[in-house]
Design a binder for this molecule. Sequence first.
Ligand code: NAD
Length: 478
Amino acid sequence: MDIKNFIDGKYVAPVNGRYIDNYAPATGNVSGKIPDSDVDDVALAVKAAKEAFPVWASMHPEKRHDILRNISEGILQNLDRLAEAESSDSGKTLETARTIDIPRAALNFKFFATALMHFASESHHQPNVLSYTLRQPVGVVGCISPWNLPLYLFSWKIAPALAAGNCVIGKPSEVTPLTAYLLGEICEKAGLPAGVLNIVHGLGPSVGAAIVSNPEIKAISFTGSTRAGAEIARVAAPMFKKLSLELGGKNPNIIFADCDYDKMLETTVRSSFNNQGQICLCGSRVYVEKSLYPKFRDDFVALVKQIKVGNPTDQTSRLGAVVSKAHFEKVLSCIELAKEEGGKVLCGGTAIQMPGELAGGWYIAPTVIEGLSAQCRTNQEEIFGPVVTIQPFDNEQDALENANSTPYGLSATLWTNDLKRVQRMSEKLQAGIVWVNTWMLRDLRTPFGGVKNSGVGREGGWEAMRFFTEPKNVTIEL
Ligand code: NAD
């Protein structure tokens, strides 16, 4: 499928006429062309957004709600088509796209459609003084998203931005642009006025950078790597733009011997390898209390060996392909590095050669490595693939030191039935999200984001509505 930009309510070719190849990870074949947009396309999108802003920002909330609900329903009506596009573009299993990615994208629009109906601002009382705070839309905002959960994360930014009354310049990852492309048509049918949402495709350093440096774009919501986040902050900070940065992770999964073992084991397989380990919340460093370690290692490795990696469209495949050739090579090189650092590969550790039409695809066996120190590169740097390390710990203090030893701080998972320990450790874990005896149990009302090199700011619920609005205090002496 050859795709186009969506600007001012219409699908248009990039101004420069240039395109880049899009690939299907399952086969490694070129699947279509993507606009290689640049600063000129962003300028057109910003012009359309600025023109649409006064009407959208002043539209009655109930009407805005109705349009966002229509988009949500439109996504569900296109579930099969969107799931096929998502799976083909990213290599994830069709089942994952059908049951997780696309339903969540629909929920993002439904959730923020409802949020805008309830969003309220503050009023502060003094005798004879009326002091209230307006929360007005920021204006034209930029939303830049990564490839691992394409429509899921794209809509997670766009929905609150629109709900709060902003016009949006959205840029999906150039690695997985298809579902964002299809979203344009759904928005148009849902009654979204032209210019309110504009979607430009292309590379980060060209079209992404053009969004970040455009002076008319007043806020940037970015999800992606820490490296790109730092570059965006460098450009946007001196322009005093509002910034929300959701960046990389290297999440610890801490397992105490008193946990519910079966639930922990089954969940740890998922939290290590779901979506080929390409979820920013996956637990990539597994720390296990010493007394439980030998049993855990044997049971865990036995289960991981049973995971079927295969054709993403096959119902029996649990994992599909990783997202790109570059990422495939990166993950394999990380496994080589782990071996050089003295790690012992307990299972996986190699690419999987598929037969027939999948022969050129990018498949990696789920990999478990032991015997590494907390300080080695393998345990410090994000891999973002189907690779986990496991290691024993002596006590709570030891577990905490290991867990907090990386520059990242997105999420942490804790397995224990000791409530006092939960409380002690949750306070000390350097992470924006702590899951206890569960993983990826999401409530869209809760704050979402990381500390340290995992980012700045929070998404979700009122946090997102506040990010996408400017508070203005009005004080009247009566
Ligand atoms: P990436 O940083 O390479 O790209 C993300 C997006 O930013 C893409 O759309 C890309 O084109 C764009 N981009 C790249 N350079 C840019 C620049 N200089 N200016 C503007 N835009 C630019 O990340 P990726 O490889 O697509 O995604 C994987 C990363 O995302 C991992 O590090 C993962 O941990 C992170 N991630 C974080 C979260 C979270 O919520 N914290 C969620 C998902 C993924």
